[in-house]
Design a protein around this ligand. Structure first.
Ligand code: GUN
Length: 284
């Protein structure tokens, strides 16, 4: 079998067009959805990510503010900025880019963001809402993975989904979203003794490890849906995921490429969350 490719660029384009339409409707009522992105320090990768987030906002009718701060910014000063943005009516979503400099406690920062503006979905309240099946903001990467799986038309009810990775930002929320969609979910991680034993049973396999070639063809069930969250570099410096794409595509039924799979969906779902934050604010 040669897998069908799940095209994250095409799906992003569709969803972003819907965001732009809904943003225009809100703008006609005098509300422009607004996202504040805060970057502390000069990490080059973070600088690229935040630029892409701001650019995506501007291209789809959302207002965005990029605040760049020196790496010496104190935790108290960052908390002050968040407090100001929490009450700013032009801002519906607040994103503090991670990682933060070591003198700033990321948990304290995330918890300071007003829940109704937590478009990253990283706060304990947002996490609790997801766990309890309440409406709230879902973390953008696993939310995007769910949209990619949905786009295959496969119903998750009764399927066995295996997630590799247990981070608070991807693995754990991914498992909860799959559970909410009625899949039977297994979460594997660095202390799982026989990874292949689990992955070979997966109808849906999500790899979120951050190590290339973690998933090879022998670890994948025929026809499985394989979602690759990894962003790594191979020996030639080319981008690659956690999945050995060239061999797994001969076994899987569906597969996301890297680049062009999960990556574009993360920013797309940030736009969706920001738009929804603005829609909720406009109707409350
Ligand atoms: N750093 C890497 N990815 C993310 C993300 O999705 N949100 C935030 N806030 N920081 C990140």
């Amino acid at each position: 079998m040669t897998a069908q490719i799940i095209d994250g660029v095409a799906l992003s384009r569709q969803i972003r067009a819907q965001v732009a339409e809904r943003a225009a409707k809100l703008a006609a009522r005098g509300v422009q959805p607004g996202l504040a992105v805060l970057l502390v320090g000069e990490d080059p990768a973070s600088a690229v990510y935040v630029r892409n987030k701001v650019k995506a906002c501007e291209e789809h009718g959302l207002h965005s503010v990029l605040e760049r701060h020196e790496s010496t910014l104190s935790e108290a000063a960052l908390l002050d900025r968040i407090a100001a943005l929490n009450t700013d009516p032009a801002i519906h979503g607040i994103l503090v880019q991670m990682p933060l400099p070591r003198h700033i406690d990321p948990h304290r920062i995330i918890e300071a963001i007003a829940t109704q503006k937590d478009v990253d979905g990283f706060s304990t309240l947002s996490a609790g809402e997801l766990m309890s099946g309440l409406p709230g903001f879902r973390p953008c990467t696993p939310y995007g993975c769910m949209k990619l799986i949905e786009s295959t038309g496969i119903d998750l009810r009764g399927k066995h989904a295996v997630v590799i990775g247990r981070s608070n930002t991807v693995g754990k929320p991914m498992a909860l979203l799959l559970l909410q969609a009625n899949a039977t979910v297994t979460v594997c991680h660095s202390a799982t003794p026989d990874l292949a034993l689990h992955t070979r049973q997966a109808d849906v396999l999500v790899a979120a490890v951050g190590r290339r070639n973690t998933v090879t063809a022998g670890m994948v069930k025929d026809g499985a849906v394989v979602i690759d969250v990894g962003i790594n570099r191979n020996d030639e410096g080319k981008l690659c995921g956690d999945v050995d794409y060239s061999t797994v595509r001969d076994v899987a039924g569906w597969i996301t490429p890297v680049p062009g799979g999960v990556g574009p969906m993360t920013i797309t779902m940030l736009l969706v969350n920001t738009l929804e934050a603005a829609e909720r604010a406009a109707t409350s």
